[in-house]
Design a protein around this ligand. Structure first.
Ligand SMILES: [Zn+2]
Ligand SMILES: [Zn+2]
Length: 113
């Protein structure tokens, strides 16, 4: 499926997301940063290298997100799923004051626009 050209485009896309966001959207960590495709790249190929379709998550929250919908990173998720996940994390942050509540609210509003 992937070739050297696609891999290079993917690495550029990923680096651009991390450079832009700098921190995990959920917990503000700068450790173990990954770039998540909001609309799954396998199911929305036209969105694969769109930086607007990416968000920086730490590895922990990236895994948490995917496993809350399915058991694999390969199954389909989209914008709606991500908004639902953010809603859940915002609720948790209201109780614990631990996560980046304001950042998540802003990001969710932008997605729902
Ligand atoms: Zn995180
Ligand atoms: Zn992901």
């Amino acid at each position: 499926m992937s070739n050297a050209h696609d891999n290079k485009k993917y690495r550029i896309w990923r680096a651009e997301i991390i450079r832009r966001d700098k921190r995990c959207l959920i917990c503000d960590s700068i450790k173990n940063r990954t770039a998540h495709h909001i609309d799954s790249s396998a199911y929305f190929p036209e969105e694969r290298y769109n930086v607007e379709n990416g968000v920086c998550l730490c590895r922990f929250h990236h895994t948490m997100y995917h496993t809350s919908y399915n058991t694999s990173f390969r199954k389909k998720v989209d914008k709606k799923n991500f908004c639902n996940f953010l809603e859940m994390m915002i609720k948790i942050s209201e109780e614990t004051n631990y996560y980046c509540k304001d950042k998540m609210i802003k990001f969710k509003a932008k997605l729902e626009d």
